[in-house]
Design a protein around this ligand. Structure first.
Ligand code: S3P
Length: 192
């Protein structure tokens, strides 16, 4: 039974959102706050492949990366509850999205373009952003992906400032969701 006012930790919490939205940084801190393990899907893909994401894109192509991404996330979702940061394209895969919907609570970390540009500009390791002007690419991805990210269970705005502020917002959103599920009318134990 969930404890009123507490964040339930019986399901994996999956962070989705564009590159530079802060999924790994916020995810790591969120996990610490909740006493859950933290996993990073990109890092797990690199470990499974034995090479970097850049190398996977270059040697095997984006389609192979996407297949690996779906496989790795499905495997992670079968593990005990944890906080999982996913790569920006993961939630676009309908199979991955359905698996997340079944087994986890999804949180879309939404950030504005300037913040994502600032954060992604710190490292030059994202193959998609090397295909042209990062501002144009990220803007196009916002148009393509935001309607799909909108299917996440929760949306939280990632702020430019101390990560703890965004972590607090995620915790509040998770608490609110838990409270609304508890309050939902039930018929013979079934949510209606
Ligand atoms: C991608 C995002 C990256 C990584 C890969 C592709 C995307 O992860 O999975 O470069 O399609 O948006 P981050 O969102 O963690 O940067």
């Amino acid at each position: 039974m969930p404890v009123p006012g507490e964040v339930p930790t019986d399901r994996t919490i999956v962070l989705v959102g564009l590159m530079g939205a802060g999924k790994s940084c916020i995810g790591r801190r969120l996990a610490t706050r909740l006493g859950l393990p933290f996993r990073d899907a990109d890092a797990e893909i690199e470990r499974a492949a034995g090479c970097s994401i850049e190398d996977i894109f270059e040697l095997h192509g984006e389609a192979a990366f996407r297949e690996g991404e779906n496989r790795v996330i499905s495997r992670l979702l079968a593990d005990a509850p944890h906080v999982l940061a996913t790569g920006g394209g993961a939630f676009m895969n309908p199979e991955t999205r359905a698996a997340i919907g079944e087994r986890a609570v999804s949180v879309w970390l939404r950030a504005d373009l300037e913040l994502m540009l600032k954060r992604t500009g710190r490292r030059n390791n994202r193959p998609l952003l090397k295909r042209g002007d990062p501002r144009k690419i990220l803007s196009e991805l916002m148009v393509q992906r935001y309607p799909v990210y909108g299917a996440a269970d929760l949306v939280v705005d990632s702020v430019d400032g101390p990560p703890e502020v965004t972590v607090e917002r995620v915790l509040d959103a998770l608490r609110e969701r838990a409270a609304s599920i508890e309050d939902a009318p039930r018929v013979e134990g079934v949510e209606v």
